[in-house]
Structures are given as structure tokens and as C-alpha cells.
Design a protein around this ligand. Structure first.
Ligand SMILES: [Mg+2]
Length: 237
């Protein structure tokens, strides 16, 4: 069992509550928010891309073009500190205090990356599909995380709400995984084998630091930042 040395977190529904973002899209489409959410759930349950939801209500919908139209109309896609799940920042702080490298890595636009960077989150790295030029579930996305982590894949924990886009491909890339069951994808998508393959299964990020600490203690990792890997298991001569 390897100690966890780096923790990378997905963004949407792992650290960011996207309720308001999707609500704003429903408003933009002129569809009741409840109806939009129900159709989004049906799209997810069918294993389809969430962007099909827009097509359902407006065939031919061009997401990139509509994003530009929203900017021009003074209603850009945006969110701020209050969209963060309340457990996100304290979790990152606690993981960092344990001497772990902490990063964010999600399928996000460059605008979202700018927002993430502006929040002053306690992280060592911020990565997005837009900036990296590769998106989940591509193996290249997870290879990039390992590169940013600066340690072997089995010492990297990837935390995400999606079994299909986060947990599955991260496991196939040799990373450890934590599945957080929240948000539409977290509740709808299930896969017993992939969930069993997770190091941790969470309902809140508040659980993660203590679980990681216990795991690393069992793996012989000294959590004092200046110490790194403990040598205390080898007896002095
Ligand atoms: Mg997500």
C-alpha cells in the first residue's frame, strides 16, 4: 500500500455546487429550472453527454456561441466563492497541512480557470481541460495530473463525483480514487466494481483529511511536512 502524496480534486460538483450555473442556463433557454434539471437527469441516466440537454430543448444549440451571447447580454457564465461547497476549502487546507500536494483538475473552460485562480484557494496546482488541451475521460488528462503531482500514480488520489469520467479513467491510469456521491452524476451513475475499486467513498469532503491521514499512517507516512516519508520503521543501529 502506497501513501498518498498528492490529492487532485475535480471541480464541478466536487468542490463547486453547479445549481446556480444550470439554473442560469435554464433561464437563458426560457425553461423552468425544475424541468431543465429533470431532463438533465434523464440525459445522464441514458449515459449521454450533458450537453444533449440543451439540444433537447433547442435543437442545433451551439454552446460556445450561446456562451458568447450571454457575455454580450451581460449574463456571462460565472460563479464565485459562494458557489463552493462549504467543505471544499477546509478540506484543501487540511490536506495541505498534512504536507500533501493539492491540486484541482477538471473539464472546465479557461474562464472557469480564471475564477478558480481568483479565489485564492489553498492549492499547489490548477488544471483545466481548456488549458491542458485534453479532457476527461482521456488517459492523457490523468497522465498530466500525475506529471503535476510529481510522484507515481499510485501515490496520487483523484477525487470526483463522476463514476464514468473521474473514477473509471483515473483507476485505469493507475491513480487511487475517491468517489464523492453528490450532484446529479454522483446520484445517478453507479458501477459497483468501480466503486469497490475506490480507496474512499465520500458523501462530504469533510471526511477526506482524516481518511487520508489514517491511510498514510497505515502506509508508514509521516504527516509532518518537513519529514515526508518516515524512516522510523527501520530500527537504529
Ligand atoms: Mg464533476
Amino acid at each position: 500500500m502506497d501513501a498518498i502524496r498528492a490529492v487532485f480534486l475535480d471541480v464541478g460538483e466536487t468542490i463547486v455546487d453547479e445549481s446556480r450555473e444550470y439554473g442560469a442556463w435554464a433561464d437563458w433557454l426560457g425553461v423552468p429550472r425544475h424541468t431543465f434539471s429533470a431532463v438533465l437527469g434523464a440525459v445522464i441516466a441514458r449515459g449521454r453527454d450533458y450537453r444533449d440537454t440543451f439540444q433537447y430543448f433547442r435543437p442545433g444549440f451551439d454552446l460556445a456561441g450561446e456562451r458568447r451571447r450571454r457575455v454580450a447580454a451581460g449574463q456571462p457564465e460565472s460563479w464565485a466563492e459562494d458557489a463552493l461547497y462549504p467543505d471544499a476549502r477546509p478540506c484543501m487546507e487540511a490536506l495541505r497541512a498534512m504536507g500533501l500536494r493539492v491540486g484541482l483538475a477538471g473539464n472546465q473552460t479557461k474562464e472557469a480557470e480564471a475564477i478558480l485562480r481568483s479565489l485564492g484557494l489553498p492549492v499547489d496546482a490548477v488544471g483545466t481541460s481548456d488549458a491542458w488541451g485534453v479532457e476527461k475521460p482521456s488517459p492523457g488528462f490523468f497522465a498530466r495530473i500525475v506529471e503535476e503531482a510529481g510522484c507515481g500514480p499510485s501515490s496520487v488520489l483523484y477525487v470526483g463525483d463522476r463514476i464514468d469520467n473521474d473514477v473509471g479513467p483515473a483507476q485505469r491510469a493507475g491513480l487511487e480514487t475517491a468517489f464523492i456521491r453528490r450532484g446529479p452524476w454522483g446520484y445517478i451513475l453507479r458501477d459497483a466494481a468501480l466503486e469497490d475499486g475506490c480507496l474512499f467513498r465520500l458523501t462530504t469532503l469533510a471526511e477526506l483529511p482524516e481518511l487520508a491521514r489514517k491511510h498514510n499512517e497505515a502506509a508508514g507516512y509521516d504527516d509532518r511536512p518537513e519529514r515526508g516519508l518516515s524512516r522510523s520503521s527501520s530500527s537504529p543501529r
